[in-house]
Ligand binder design. Structure first.
Ligand code: E4P
Length: 304
């Protein structure tokens, strides 16, 4: 599985690339805002053109950098995509344009298909597209059919959505264990069934908590962000689809493990979460004891 760093902070991109395990970079308007806010806090101004150029240069040839458009209609998104691509791609040949699968933000608007049409038109022109804000396997299928090079399902945001529906309290980095929720739900259901023995099934009253726990909290059959990625991978494999899946909106290391198990081509990971992938107390303990056990004879070997 390839690893992209999910940040627009130049210092994070530089450091992560220096570790030798980063295969690309993804940005979005919120990540750019964080980089700009950080710079302001340090009393610095960002010249956006130079800054983005630095990001592309730091990643270098062979490491794709996703840059996102900011408009919501096809005409404007195409103009912005072409501007980004013509400005930044020639030097580093690594620019990928991020287009949302659907840009409709208001029920009254009729621009549901502008994302899709934009993806199709830009892909036909040979511009590599990363389709963003994918929340369902159906959207991922359409993104691929429109010619996307990459599809980015937002796993963490789906976990957040389901957890909120279930009324669960959580912090952003918490791993969402749907299997556990399901087990608890099944136990609650069993209890209900036992206590209402003899009643016809149709008259059984299930309280909201039980209903949620037995799977009604699922998002149209999707039980978690990991499940979303698994489903997309299955569909893409069924049809030999070449679009690469970028597991996005990643919150913790265990999610990354499951994305790799699911066969996701890429995971785009925030800088602190990549660091977290290295952590284990027994590794720390082990390195301490190995260092303490180095005998002088062994040390001399390296001093000659
Ligand atoms: C990357 O392509 C996405 O924009 C990013 O992973 C979103 O992450 P978030 O849900 O933590 O904002």
């Amino acid at each position: 599985m390839k690893i992209f760093v999910d940040t627009a902070k130049l210092d994070e991109i530089k450091e992560a690339c220096s570790w030798g395990i980063v295969d690309g970079v993804t940005t979005n308007p919120s990540l750019i805002k964080r980089a700009v806010d950080d710079a302001k806090e340090q009393g610095k101004e960002i010249d956006m053109e130079t800054y983005i150029w630095e990001i592309c240069k730091t990643a270098g040839k062979g490491r794709p950098v996703s840059l996102e458009v900011i408009s919501l209609t096809m005409k404007e998104m195409i103009e912005e995509a072409e501007l980004l691509y013509s400005k930044f791609n020639p030097a580093t040949e690594n620019v990928v344009i991020k287009i949302p699968i659907n840009t409709r933000i208001d029920e009254s608007e009729r621009i549901d298909y502008d994302g899709l049409k934009t993806i199709k038109k830009l892909s036909q022109k040979g511009i590599p597209i990363n389709v963003t804000l994918i929340m369902t396997p159906e959207q991922a299928l359409l993104a691929a059919k429109a010619g996307a090079s990459y599809a980015s399902p937002f796993a963490g945001r789906i976990d957040d959505y389901i957890r909120k529906k279930l009324g669960l309290e959580f912090s952003k980095g918490d791993y969402f264990n749907f299997e556990l929720i399901e087990k608890i739900g099944k136990k609650m259901l069993d209890k209900h069934l036992k206590s209402s023995r003899g009643e016809p099934a149709a008259s059984l009253h299930l309280d909201t908590e039980t209903k949620n726990s037995i799977g009604f909290g699922k998002d149209n059959g999707i039980e978690s962000g990991v499940y979303l990625v698994k489903s997309i991978m299955k569909i893409y494999r069924n049809y030999g689809i070449k679009t690469e899946v970028i597991a996005a909106s990643i919150r913790n290391a265990r999610q990354i493990r499951q994305m790799a198990e699911a066969g996701a081509h890429i995971a785009t990971i925030p800088f602190p979460v990549i660091r977290g992938m290295l952590q284990h107390p027994k590794t720390v303990e082990g390195i301490k004891s190995f260092s303490a056990d180095v005998v002088p004879e062994y040390r001399e070997l390296f001093q000659s």
